[in-house]
Design a protein around this ligand. Structure first.
Ligand SMILES: *Cc1c(COP(=O)(O)O)cnc(C)c1O
Length: 366
């Protein structure tokens, strides 16, 4: 069976480096924040072309604190997309603000800038695009609209480590960028982790406080804060893995391009890389009718598959209070009902890719 992601293959390829890094933290006893986290913050910020990085305990926490740093609170509105993982929307809810959705464009599956201005109100504070599946949203028009309306832009780059838009890295175009290091993400910890990157020293100062109980100095709590600190062991592991990230990303891109070439003749809707954007293929997804049959056939052919995501957030029971209904975001609803993700990870072999292609062709035949 070809797994959907193969975290074990990746661990074995870097085992000696990771084991040494973990043992180093055990010896240092810097279990929470500490030197490894600090160095990882600097290295990942540099990787993302940002001045500052603040390590936190998840991508969700990164989004929550970025929103708080932008001054978002009860009564405010944050414009985002329904076609995302639920955490984007949950984090907005944590601040007491209201998520306001716009639909995505049918090519990149990211926020459609043409729809933003119609939902801006005097309560709008932030535009929060999501770089879905590893391809960045159309940042130029989003930034232009935000500047014109005096709004802050927060990038949800949880799926887009190293992705680029016109040569600029994910997380570095908006005012703040949020990353997740959940194990299955393109850069994954061996546990939970996240980071906010920004060029703004004041946001950095506030987020550093908020992640650690709002304290400027020990026991001097100036803000109502959280326990959102990144662990030392995760920082050390992430530093090791960051050194391999470009190679892994190039491998993912090569696998995706190979799949695109081999599947072109099927006429299926494959992932499309918009000109000027470096897609990092966190997810390699197709659009198919009869998804249950496809998943069954793939399974029989020894190929795992996933769905990202079967229900857009505006139709999830947990967010029914927002008052949206079926039909409000037709492109998102269409994608959610047809999306089918194939295995995608750097360690995929050519034989595995050929097996995936054969399995997909078996599904097409029916
Ligand atoms: C994974 C993910 C998050 C949340 O990150 P966690 O580290 O799991 O909290 C947020 N947004 C998107 C788009 C994600 O894929």
């Amino acid at each position: 069976m070809i797994p959907f992601v193969d975290l074990k293959a990746q661990y074995h390829s870097i085992k000696s480096e990771v084991d040494a890094a973990v043992l180093g933290v055990l010896e240092s006893t810097a279990f929470v924040l500490g030197g490894e986290v600090k160095q990882f913050e600097e290295e990942f910020a540099r990787y993302s072309s940002a001045k500052f990085g603040i390590g936190v305990n998840s991508g969700t926490s990164a989004l929550h604190l970025a929103l708080l740093a932008a001054g978002v609170g009860p009564g405010d509105e944050v414009i985002t997309v329904s076609m995302t993982f639920v955490a984007t929307v949950a984090a907005i809810g944590y601040t007491g603000a209201r998520p306001v959705f716009v639909d995505v464009d049918p090519v990149s599956y990211t926020m459609d800038p043409a729809l933003i201005e119609a939902v801006i109100t005097p309560r709008t504070k932030v535009i929060l695009p999501v770089h879905l599946y590893g391809q960045m949203a159309d940042m130029d028009p989003i930034m232009e609209i935000a500047r014109r309306h005096n709004l802050v832009v927060i990038e949800d780059a949880a799926q887009a480590h190293g992705a680029e838009y016109k040569g600029r890295r994910a997380g570095s175009i908006g005012d703040l960028g949020c990353f997740s290091f959940y194990p299955g993400k393109n850069l994954g910890a061996y546990g939970e982790g996240g980071m906010v990157v920004t060029d703004n020293p004041e946001y950095t100062r506030v987020i550093r406080m908020l992640r650690d109980w709002g304290a400027e100095k020990k026991y001097e709590h100036v803000l109502k804060g959280y326990n959102y600190r990144l662990e030392g062991i995760q920082g050390a592991i992430l530093r090791v893995k960051l050194r391999h990230l470009e190679d892994w990303t190039e491998a993912r891109r090569a696998h995706a391009h190979r799949l695109n070439a081999l599947l072109a003749e099927t006429g299926l809707k494959l992932p499309e890389e918009v000109a000027g954007r470096r897609h990092v293929y966190h997810v390699y997804g197709l659009q198919v009718d009869e998804r249950p049959r496809w998943q069954q056939t793939l399974q029989e052919q020894g190929v795992s598959s996933g769905i990202h995501y079967p229900i857009p957030v505006h139709l999830l029971p947990a967010h029914a209070d927002l008052g949206y209904k079926k039909g409000d975001f037709p492109v998102s609803e269409q994608i959610a009902s047809r999306e089918l993700s194939l295995p995608m990870f750097a360690e995929l072999t050519e034989e595995q890719i050929d097996q995936i292609v054969a399995a997909v062709k078996a599904c097409v035949k029916g």
